[in-house]
Ligand binder design. Structure first.
Ligand code: NAD
Length: 516
């Protein structure tokens, strides 16, 4: 229960009510349910959403399968029209949905709005893609034959998403899945059901307009299942679900991956990261400081791509790290809806405890911890605001080897470039990475086969803040999945290799003779 005055509580609740009304969400859907929704801004309750029962979830998946059988026959560019309309709905409601993201997750307003922009961007991308979905034509060894590949819709696509990008991750998956001819069933994080309700309301509006234009959009094409791990497992285990794209912790992926493999279903796993950057002797330190401050402290350290390990060359260590410490001490921590705030709250008490445990472990391992303490914000006694922590470590040991989903940056000194590359890669995950350098040899080596082993590698840009045009994802315990741009769409389709004989004889491949 909140200890704040009633007036403050109703202010934020009133704000949420107004946003959900604007987004077209029925009040009963967020007021009368069984599980509590809280805002990390104050810790207060802002809604109660009804959990989906196992039988309702199974019915939604069956309905999605029936819808798939119709949707797969709708020409892809027409499917793209539905996504174009969804993009229009998102553009019209960007401000409202962006604010709701900020309230439900606690990210600063520009990041809440940025998240919705990302949804719009992937819709644009998917609309273009809907006129492509191309296969190759391949040279064949047989005369008067043609060989090609075709890409076909796959089936029901399950989407499991994490709290920290409550709607963008859904959009990356669903915009592609829908233009690829699949139906979608979404299990959002149990921490962020309000933004899921709002997103589904926008989908319903787009579907309605699509039908008014004469488009065929079957019932059950898009569904949302509310609940936690149990309902996620039901989606993972259901035989009708052809692909599950699951975003969250490595622990979650370790549970989900084998279950999908057991029934030979497809998986896109987008799991945790322990991302690093190298600051080389030639780095432009002003640019580096900006890049690192955003990557390490932005979103209060709660991005999968957040910078968590920093290797600074000994020749610039004192100069750079003292500047970085000043940035850490001065960054504005507070209510994310206020425009001067750069760092909002942690999602909940468990995240705060996780951060403090990591800092204790760092101290025990000989680390020098700067910051990391709880910050008191008026009217938010139940919330968890922290000053981002910068921890100087002698080596990559103890908590440095694990992802702690909070703003903790471990800083280490290095002297040899080749050695630091090895240390950079010597952790379990492989999501995102950066080097700050003006040395062409170092930059290219970082991109090379012996360089960063991550799915994302950058030069003179921090590891966080990807654009949707590129494929997004990482290696090793990050799960290996790719979403968003480039050819990530292929994971949402099945490939058929087609050979046609337009001659009058039947030569067999590899010169095999079989004359009957
Ligand atoms: P989480 O693993 O606790 O939960 C993620 C989702 O998985 C939730 O919807 C949850 O209900 C569901 N889930 C959990 N266990 C499950 C199971 N056994 N079966 C089915 N579903 C299950 O993660 P979180 O705390 O919401 O998010 C933070 C984590 O997500 C971090 O590790 C972060 O790095 C990662 N993340 C990765 C990416 C990426 O693209 N690689 C993006 C965002 C977040």
């Amino acid at each position: 229960a909140s200890t704040k005055p009633q007036s403050q509580r109703s202010d934020l609740q009133g704000h949420v009510d107004a946003l959900l009304r604007e987004l077209g969400v029925n009040r009963a859907h967020y007021r009368d349910g069984t599980f509590r929704v809280h805002t990390p801004i104050t810790g207060e309750t802002i809604g109660h959403v009804q959990e989906t029962s196992a039988s309702e979830a199974a019915a939604a998946i069956e309905a999605a399968h029936t819808a798939f059988r119709v949707w797969r026959l709708v020409p892809a560019p027409k499917r793209g029209e539905l996504i174009r309309l969804l993009g229009e709905e998102l553009r019209a409601k960007k401000e409202a949905l962006g604010r709701l993201v900020s309230i439900e997750v606690g990210k600063i307003l520009s990041e809440g709005l940025g998240e919705v922009q990302e949804m719009i961007d992937i819709c644009d991308f998917a609309v273009g893609l809907s006129r492509q979905l191309y296969g190759l034509t391949i040279a064949t060894e047989r005369a008067e034959h043609r060989m090609m590949e075709s890409w076909h819709p796959l089936g029901v696509t399950g989407i499991i998403s994490a709290f920290n990008f409550p709607v963008a991750v859904w959009a990356w998956n669903s915009a592609l899945a829908l233009v690829c001819g699949n139906s979608i069933v979404w299990k959002p994080s149990e921490k962020t059901p309000l933004t899921a309700l709002a997103t589904e309301a926008l989908v319903e509006r787009a579907v309605k307009r699509f039908r008014q234009e004469g488009g065929v959009a079957p019932d059950g094409l898009s569904a949302v299942l509310f609940g936690g791990r149990d309902i996620g497992e039901l989606l993972v285990d259901h035989a009708r679900v052809a692909l599950v794209s699951a975003t969250g912790s490595t622990e979650m992926g370790r549970a989900v991956g084998p279950r999908l493999a057991k029934r030979f279903a497809r998986a896109i796993l987008e799991l945790g990261g322990n991302n690093a950057a190298i600051v080389a002797p030639t780095a432009d330190l002003d640019l580096t400081l900006h890049g690192i401050a955003f990557a390490a402290m932005g979103t209060a350290g709660q991005r999968c791509t957040t910078l968590r390990r920093l290797f600074v060359h000994e020749s610039v260590y004192e100069t750079f790290v003292s500047r970085l410490k000043r940035a850490y001490a001065s960054v504005t921590v507070g209510n994310p809806l206020q425009t001067d705030t750069l760092v909002g709250p942690l999602i909940d008490a468990a995240a705060y405890r996780g951060m403090q445990n990591a800092l204790d472990a760092a101290r025990a391992a000989g680390g020098a911890v700067h910051g990391g303490e709880r910050v008191a914000i008026e009217g938010a006694a139940d919330a968890h605001y922290v000053r981002p922590a910068l921890v100087e470590m002698a080596a990559q040991t103890g908590p440095v080897e694990h992802e702690t989903f909070a703003p903790v940056l471990y800083v280490m000194k290095y002297s040899d470039f080749n050695a630091v590359l090895e240390v950079h890669n010597a952790i379990a995950q492989g999501l995102s990475s950066s080097i700050f350098t003006n040395d062409l040899r170092e930059a290219e080596a970082f991109f090379s086969a012996r360089g960063s082993d991550c799915g994302i590698a950058n030069v003179n840009i921090g590891p966080s803040g990807a654009e949707i045009g590129g494929a997004f994802g990482g290696e090793k315990e990050t799960g290996g999945g790719r979403e968003s741009g480039s050819d990530a769409w292929k994971a949402y389709m099945r490939r058929a290799t087609n050979t046609i004989n337009y001659g009058r004889t039947l030569p067999l491949a590899q010169g095999v003779k079989f004359d009957v």
